[in-house]
Design a protein around this ligand. Structure first.
Ligand code: SAH
Ligand code: SF4
Ligand code: F3S
Length: 481
């Protein structure tokens, strides 16, 4: 493998063939598109922002819910019209839908190329074959592939915050979920390449990294030559936190069954690891959790939350919810609402159950909650969460947070937005600050989605934050070096 950590931003060149890329789905796909642009740039393509200029259109797709797929299929119709205007245009479908729909996509009139999540290195070669007049498809999984040696080209970057993938695929089998089918088995990326990528980001002025995996807690790398040398997620987190104390470190997504107290102690030890955990619960009912194959109970989940709050008293917790899973009764739904009231999530992502072909739920259970009931339950979950988020934000009024400035606010050109360590969006007047600065912001108002405040003080020794952790010194750090 070559180590080619070089260009971190796109290098536009109007003389080269033009690539236009659209990305749907989660952060993992955003990061994959950055890998794709790196591969394509190396092969002599230049990234363009307008579809009309493109010689090649790539669409990186998501299969998580039916409406995600429908939206992308709608885009393919638009690309078909684009091809009428420019017959030499090539259109490729990448990502999770490629793995799920394969031939069905290839048969679409707009599509020349279908490439699964493990085959992006082959894109230039496959496009070459398309130029000879043959449609191409490559959707096989490659359990060794993690693109460790490819430096992602950061496209829509604010120059402040970047995603770094640490695992690919998923070895869990949540009954509703298509991800294991479209992204293959889980594999952990070697820590040296993660460290190198983060060092490169720091050298390029980045102030925050978010380590990505479907289940970051199951990160486990072992040296193939010496199995006694291994690294778990808590240790990786420590390694990344030590790279630069001014670099903020975040991570996504934690799984309640795997999240270790070691991770929590590591967070407590390093002030630059942000105090936020995304810990999807999906349901508050034991019957439904069992059916979903989540492998934890409501009680175990609540116990995890208790431990988080003991070790990290000012840590924010966010969650995901699915409304209307198979056989969900009014009582199961009521249990979800009561769990929300107990945990008081700071933020949540809430979805209506969408049956995905091929999953355990599609094969074994009936999608028997009527759509209008799903919608009604989802609306109740959303209304309750809005209220809880508003209460959580109101509790922050009068407090001061260290905020990393990410860009201009949507509200006013005179204001910036950034996030607190707890991942809450803060909006405040710019004053003399600039994007990428750490500032202390005191909150004086809020909505359910945003904290509104003003800079109280610049923080020259940026990134070290104001978290007081004297109690932590009393706790033994359980991770062996
Ligand atoms: N790996 C992560 C999340 C993956 S998908 C985890 O385990 O939490 C992100 C979210 O989409 C999930 O947490 C779940 O809430 C939602 N989701 C996944 N499959 C879904 C489906 N079939 N219908 C509705 N929501 C779904
Ligand atoms: Fe899907 Fe479960 Fe894996 Fe998350 S942990 S990606 S929900 S199978
Ligand atoms: Fe992500 Fe959607 Fe694939 S949520 S992993 S892009 S199915």
């Amino acid at each position: 493998m070559t180590n080619k950590f070089h260009t971190i931003r796109p290098v536009p060149n109007a003389l080269l063939p033009q690539l236009y890329i659209e990305t749907y789905g989660c952060q993992m796909n955003v990061n994959d598109s950055e890998v794709v642009v790196s591969v394509m740039q190396d092969a002599g393509y230049s990234l363009c922002q307008e579809m009309d200029k493109a010689d090649v259109i790539l669409v990186n797709t998501c299969s998580i819910r039916d409406n995600a797929e429908q939206r992308i299929l709608g885009r393919l119709d638009l690309f078909r019209l684009q091809k009428k205007k420019k017959p030499a245009l090539k259109v490729g479908v990448l990502g999770c839908m490629a793995g799920r729909l394969e031939k069905e996509l290839l048969n679409h009139v707009a599509v020349d190329l279908v490439v699964g999540t493990d085959a992006y290195r082959q894109l230039p070669k496959l496009l070459e074959a398309v130029s000879q007049g043959n449609k191409q498809i490559e959707t096989r999984f490659n359990p060794q592939e993690n693109y460790a040696d490819i430096s992602p080209v950061r496209m829509d970057t604010n120059g402040v915050s970047a995603f770094v993938s640490i695992t690919r695929g998923c070895n869990n089998a949540c009954a509703y979920c298509v991800v294991p089918f479209v992204r293959g088995q889980e594999r952990s990326r070697d820590p040296q390449s993660i460290e190198r990528e983060v060092i490169e980001l720091v050298a390029n002025g980045y102030k925050e990294v978010c380590l990505l995996g479907q289940n970051v807690d199951s990160y486990l790398w072992a040296d193939s030559h010496d199995p006694t040398k291994y690294l778990n997620f808590a240790q990786l987190l420590e390694l990344v936190a030590l790279i630069d104390p001014k670099l903020r470190v975040r991570f996504l997504t934690s799984h309640p069954k795997d999240m270790s107290s070691g991770v929590l102690y590591t967070m407590a030890m390093y002030p630059n690891i942000c105090n936020h955990i995304h810990l999807p619960v999906q349901s508050g009912s034991n019957q439904i959790l069992k059916k979903m194959n989540r492998k934890y109970t409501r009680e175990e989940y609540l116990e995890r939350i208790k431990t988080i709050r003991e070790i990290l008293p000012d840590c924010a917790v966010s969650g995901d919810f699915i409304a209307g899973f198979c056989d969900e009764t009014p009582q199961d739904h009521a249990n979800t609402l009561s769990l929300m009231n107990q945990v008081k999530f700071d933020q949540a992502f809430m979805f209506q159950y969408s049956e995905r072909p091929g999953t355990k739920a599609a094969k074994m259970y009936q999608d028997n909650v009527p759509e209008e009931v799903k919608t009604q339950r989802l609306n109740e979950i959303i209304a309750l969460q809005n209220q809880i988020s508003l209460e959580s934000n109101r509790r922050d009024i009068g407090k001061t947070f260290e905020v990393l400035i990410e860009g201009p606010s949507k509200r006013s050109p005179l204001e910036y937005f950034g996030r607190s360590p707890q991942n809450k969006v803060c909006v405040f007047p710019k004053e003399n600050s600039k994007v990428g600065d750490y500032v202390q912001v005191t909150i004086h108002n809020c909505s359910s989605a945003t904290l509104i405040g003003a800079i109280t003080e610049d923080l020259p020794a940026a990134g070290l934050g104001s978290r007081i952790r004297s109690h932590i010194s009393k706790l033994a750090h359980p991770i062996q070096p």
